[in-house]
Design a protein around this ligand. Structure first.
Ligand code: TRP
Length: 450
């Protein structure tokens, strides 16, 4: 057998795997994305400010980190795609169903995620060129933009860049690219944070973000916080499992888990320190939801000196954060199709990219071009987001916790924790995580209501 070829084609083959730091940066890149920069600020605005942020931290630590470690361990233990790793460590074909769920879910997330990522590219260019500020009705501008054809063009650009990176492989593509972009992202964040914190009236925003008022919390806040901890750490969809399959056996998964969780939290924290001082300083309603960064922030940038530069940098930041996540999303179906159908990496990549483009089209068109694309009060875009993020993702998370907590005998050996930490981890995986995740799932699916 041609071992050289096998190594190349098999995820985790020696020919292509992450270096130690490359893995940490790529996994942080996967975690840090539109979830941190776009979703986290608006849900924090809607669900209770600082108290919500605290709740998010609790969910991240108590449930997110244990599941993250479990996913990394399954991937490294099985050394294959999300499907084959599960089957290999689980010892039964039925576990492959989880892999299929991951492949479909990642594909669905990618289809609409690339559209929002495309919006950020468009906004970056319009901000730098000043065109964004030539008309001060930002709501109408955004509405006009998303209901036209331009987003499709940007969606294609995002997919092509993603495909180009992933086609170059793990060490030469995904790792190389994250090693430059993740530090770059940090630099941009710090520049924007300093700008935001020195705006007049910034303190009120900092207080909203960091001084908890627990009376603002509702039971729903807790579920949203937990769901977001999963989304933000890229859990439940096989992404971390797939990345785990490219990790060296000698690397400590426990410390990697802490670094990834810490990195994700840190980037969300700084994003909050940009958005809340800015919105408070300009008297903008921070609870307005998904349109916060596309409608409210341009209004703030238009009113500050050098706003088109800062606005441009802000949207470049979002675009970079999005790209380091899209590469991890498509790696899940790419690794799967390379393994299952023996495709070369580049063939697998371009087939998947084309598929994501096609599946994304109805989402992109559902903002107005095809008004009929609304079913049961939700647009096609909302359905994709809802099914993938609220149904498949918690379901995937639940399967991972139950599998690692109850079924996988070798779990302790692969995770490599000390005896004390192993006990804590197992307790979380067995008793805490599944129950909480089950609540999120039932609530998201509309089966229970508060
Ligand atoms: N974590 C990313 C974000 O916060 C999104 C993401 C990337 C993701 N890969 C994922 C979400 C896998 C769920 C599953 O934006």
């Amino acid at each position: 057998m041609n071992t050289e070829k096998m190594n190349k084609n098999q995820p985790g083959g020696k020919a292509d795997q992450f270096s130690k730091s490359g893995f940490i940066l790529a996994a942080i890149g996967s975690a840090v994305g539109l979830g941190n920069m776009w979703k986290f600020p608006y849900i924090t605005g809607q669900y209770g400010g600082a108290a919500f942020f605290l709740l998010f931290i609790v969910c991240l630590v108590a449930v997110g980190l244990p599941v993250l470690l479990a996913e990394l361990a399954i991937g490294r233990g099985g050394r294959g795609s999300a499907a084959s790793s599960f089957i290999k460590v689980g010892g039964h074909k039925a576990w492959g169903g989880m892999g299929m769920l991951s492949v479909i879910g990642s594909f669905m997330i990618m289809s609409f995620y690339a559209i929002v990522a495309g919006w950020t590219f468009h906004y970056a260019i319009r901000s730098f060129s000043g065109k964004l500020f030539s008309n001060s009705d930002f709501g109408a501008q955004f509405g006009g933009f998303i209901s036209g054809y331009t987003p499709i063009l940007w969606q294609a650009v995002v997919l092509l860049i993603t495909g180009w990176i992933v086609a170059r492989g793990i060490s030469g593509g995904i790792e190389k690219f994250n090693k430059v972009l993740i530090p770059g992202l940090l630099l941009l964040l710090i520049i924007l944070m300093v700008r935001a914190l020195t705006l007049p009236g910034a303190a009120a925003g900092v207080e909203f973000f960091l001084k908890p008022d627990f009376s603002k919390l509702t039971p729903e806040s807790a579920l949203v916080a937990l769901g977001h901890a999963f989304f933000s750490l890229s859990l439940g969809m096989g992404a971390m499992m797939t990345y785990g399959s490219y990790v060296d056996r000698k690397q400590s998964l426990g410390s990697a888990t802490l670094a990834i969780g810490g990195g994700d939290l840190f980037y969300a924290f700084i994003a909050g320190l940009i958005i809340f001082p800015t919105t408070f300083s300009f008297g903008i309603d921070q609870a307005q939801g998904p349109t916060l960064v596309f409608i409210a922030l341009p209004a703030a940038f238009s009113a500050m000196p050098l706003g088109s530069l800062f606005g441009g940098l802000f949207f470049v930041l979002l675009a970079i954060a999005a790209l380091t996540s899209t590469v991890s999303l498509i790696e899940v179906p790419v690794a799967f199709s390379m393994e299952r159908w023996g495709l070369s990496r580049s063939k697998a990549v371009w087939i998947i990219i084309a598929g994501c483009f096609l599946l994304g089209l109805p989402s992109a068109l559902s903002f107005g071009l095809i008004p009929g694309l609304t079913f049961g009060g939700k647009s096609f875009f909302d359905w994709m987001d809802f099914l993938a993020s609220n149904i498949l993702l918690p379901l995937g998370g639940l399967i991972v916790t139950v599998f690692a907590g109850y079924f996988w005998k070798g779990v302790g050996k692969e995770a490599g924790l000390t005896a004390g930490w192993f006990r804590v981890w197992l307790f979380m995986l067995r008793f805490v995580a599944p129950i909480l995740v089950l609540f999120v799932f039932l609530h998201s699916a509309g089966i229970i209501k508060f």
